[in-house]
Design a binder for this molecule. Structure first.
Ligand SMILES: Nc1ncnc2c1ncn2[C@@H]1O[C@H](COP(=O)(O)OP(=O)(O)OP(=O)(O)O)[C@@H](O)[C@H]1O
Length: 307
């Protein structure tokens, strides 16, 4: 059975009169790479801060590793690594010394982990370099290194990809995937750019105006966003039979008496039409349909967005 490691029940955060997060429910299960996606100002950071204990909820409750009391939640957070907003490092200290200082603050003594983690995030050669001389991408990697140096069971990352170039984004994704695969780390990661997380997420939570609009598995989302060929004919059933027997199509859906969807080999549309027409089927129109992930999200939140 999959175990919930983070659960938020009707959690709300009101800043003065602004509700940054409203009655939001969230569940992250063990082994997930959970992508929290929402436009700027949607409430992602506020939600993650509440989960990490950086700001208290106005109402609602949290459960971390099945713990719910303030004391046990604090203990549970010792098993979490976090990277929220710009990680604070000392500019005149080297990467290694910054990590050692970070470990000291947490009461962790595993010095050997520093070298390992720098290697893991691709900073093996930069351990002695001062933080002030780091590029943005290196800073983000060091932020990730500090979050994982004590081998957390859960990692919470707020917009870690912000400001990285395409190569940096790709490498960051690889590190996340590797952590999840090799260390079995559960990951909760936010972004306002859906496409950045679409290659790694196992589950999505779409958040808008502080509310959870949809919680959906990557598989179901892929299913909803798949593209297909729509064929309008005088007889969808016969057309489906023909495409199956003569063209070997398997992924066919008869939508109604006149409409057929073909969910495969879209580049063979011309050949499909030829086959149908030669066998006496009238084809009134054929076109590629379906929406991509970005369009899906925009439709979901009902507006324009950069997510
Ligand atoms: N400390 C604060 N005091 C007052 N309002 C705040 C505070 N922090 C956040 N807000 C407001 O709460 C709302 C949600 O902000 P939040 O930073 O959680 O969104 P976000 O989804 O992380 O946005 P972004 O992608 O731009 O970082 C915004 O309207 C923001 O102005």
């Amino acid at each position: 059975m999959t175990e919930a490691v983070i659960t938020a029940n009707n959690i709300t955060k009101v800043y003065k009169k602004t509700a940054a997060v409203s009655n939001l429910n969230l569940q992250v299960t063990q082994g997930d790479i959970y992508a929290l996606v929402g436009q700027n100002g949607a409430g992602k950071t506020t939600l993650l801060k509440m989960i990490c204990g950086l700001t208290p909820p106005t109402s609602g409750s949290l459960e971390l590793f099945s713990q719910t009391t303030p004391h046990s939640l604090a203990a549970a957070r010792a098993h979490m690594g976090t990277m929220i907003e710009t990680p604070g490092f000392y500019p005149y200290l080297s990467a290694k010394d910054n990590l050692a200082y970070y470990q000291m603050q947490r009461g962790s003594k595993n010095k050997a982990a520093i070298g390992e983690v720098l290697e893991f995030v691709g900073l093996a050669d930069a351990g002695s370099k001062k933080f002030r001389d780091f590029s943005l991408g290196m800073k983000q990697r060091l932020g990730l290194a500090s979050a994982i140096v004590d081998s957390p069971d859960v990692l919470v990352l707020d917009e870690p990809i912000n400001g990285l170039d395409p190569m940096g984004i790709k490498e960051f994704r690889e590190i996340i995937r590797k952590l999840n695969r090799e260390r079995k780390t559960t990951i909760l990661i936010s972004s306002h750019i859906l496409g950045e997380l679409s290659q790694i997420a196992t589950t999505y939570g779409f958040i808008s105006h502080g509310e959870m609009v949809e919680h959906i598995s990557a598989q179901n989302l892929q299913e909803k966003c798949r593209s297909y060929l729509r064929i309008d004919t005088d007889n969808a059933q016969t057309a489906a039979n023909l495409l199956q027997s003569r063209c070997g199509c398997r992924n066919l859906e008869i939508v109604n008496a006149h409409t057929l969807h073909v969910g495969e080999r879209m580049d063979d549309a011309g050949m499909f039409v030829k086959e149908l027409v030669e066998n006496g089927i009238t084809v009134s129109q054929v076109y590629r349909a379906g929406i991509n992930l970005e369009e899906y999200f925009i439709q979901l939140i009902g507006g324009t967005t950069n997510a």
